[in-house]
Ligand binder design. Structure first.
Ligand code: SQO
Length: 373
């Protein structure tokens, strides 16, 4: 165990990297996928079940927790780890992205953002300083800078203006974060799909200096091709010896493509949200368990999968409990999806360590060609 935060790069294979992030609350094997624990829970999962899927770290949402139950209450109760019974690392986002996507009546100024809660309409303010205070009260191990993520498509001037605001907010976030050994502050690169603005953002962040760097401003509707075209150059602008975190990504093939381009960490609601809506990810395809074709199928979702859903239940059963809106449906399908996403991460970590990432990637795509079993 360590009382410091550090990143050890263990091996690379092409642009793909594998390593370990060391934190006082435990190690994070990279490339890493972070399940999203929005309101202090990964929906439909017990924390020990999330750990059983192979997750080393969770993501918590500042926006949701500041509104309910509030960061001050969580702090009084011993912090987010104790509150949600997750003893391993937690990364919290800064709240800015969700204010813009969830809150009402938002007003954005140089200072920050004022908004009305989507829960009860109460007025709130988020600034770099307040976001750092909230994330400190939550006790998160990895804190994200307060930034602004412009929607795509946006014109170049809007992207440039927004990026430069985010860089000023990154400076204020760094200043407000203070000296917190064992905790990390990650900067967030912006700049849309403009290579020169992406480089300007990376240079600004490196000048300030962070323990890790996120690629923001993607997975906001630009599509996989445009996202990959940006990832073909943007990660290289960031320091090699620090973790690189791609925010909000994604589908299995997004994740594999991002790792192939030098990304170390990702988060996405997709596996958990889809688990509740009956969308199941397997090595062959995406299966919609609601489809009548599964009603009499005695086979598991994926005969190669060792999760509880695939080990103990038939497609017919999963179809039945989904159709009947039984709670166990969301539990089993979420568990399966998270288990599968972690299986992808483990497969990539091993392949990069052995220098066989290209072969692993080829097999990953070949299996998906053949479609559902
Ligand atoms: O620049 C960013 N800054 C801070 N937080 C972010 C979060 C982000 N999340 C996404 N995409 C999420 C896309 N999800 C896919 C699944 O369905 C819900 C949305 N893109 C993101 C960009 C940023």
């Amino acid at each position: 165990m360590t009382d410091r935060f550090s990143f050890d790069l263990k091996a690379t294979d092409g642009k793909a990297r594998t390593g370990v992030i060391n934190t006082p609350r435990g190690e994070v094997r990279t490339p890493a996928f972070m399940p999203v624990g929005t309101a202090a829970t990964v929906k439909a999962m017990m924390p020990e079940s999330v750990r059983a899927t192979g997750a080393d770290i969770l993501l918590g949402n500042t926006y949701h927790l500041m509104l309910r139950p509030t960061a001050e209450r969580i702090d009084r109760l011993g912090g987010l780890h104790k509150f949600m019974n997750w003893k391993r690392p937690i990364l919290t986002d800064s709240g800015g992205f969700q204010v813009m996507s969830l809150a009402g009546l938002r007003k954005l100024t140089e200072k920050g953002v004022t908004f009305k809660s989507h829960i009860d309409g109460s007025k709130h303010e988020l600034t770099p300083e307040r976001s750092m205070e909230i994330q400190r009260l939550l006790g998160s191990d990895i804190v994200m800078c307060f930034d602004e993520c412009p929607a795509l498509p946006s014109d170049r001037d809007r992207i440039a203006e927004s990026m430069r605001l985010s860089m000023r907010w990154a400076e204020r976030s760094r200043d407000a974060f203070g000296d917190r050994p064992g905790h990390a502050l990650f900067g967030i690169m912006q700049g849309g799909l403009e290579p020169d603005l992406r480089e300007e953002s990376a240079e600004a962040l490196k000048q300030i200096g962070f323990e890790g760097y996120a690629v923001g401003g993607l997975a906001v509707g630009e599509g996989q091709e445009a996202m990959f075209s940006c990832l073909d150059y943007a990660p290289e602008f960031l320091p090699k010896d620090k973790p690189r975190y791609l925010m909000g990504v994604g589908k299995p093939d997004d994740i594999v493509g991002a790792v192939a381009r030098g990304i170390d960490m990702m988060d996405c609601v997709l596996p958990s949200r889809s688990g509740r809506t009956g969308q199941v990810f397997t090595r062959y395809s995406v299966v919609n368990i609601k489809n009548a074709r599964h009603a009499d199928d005695p086979r598991p979702l994926d005969e190669h999968c060792t999760c509880p859903a695939c080990s103990n239940y038939s497609r017919a059963y999963l179809h039945h409990v989904f159709r009947s809106n039984e709670m166990i449906s969301g539990m089993l399908l979420t568990w399966h999806n998270l288990h599968y996403f972690q299986e992808i991460m483990q497969g990539m970590r091993e392949a990069i360590s052995k220098g066989t990432f290209a072969q692993w990637q080829a097999q990953f795509h070949a299996q998906r060609e053949q479609g559902d079993i």
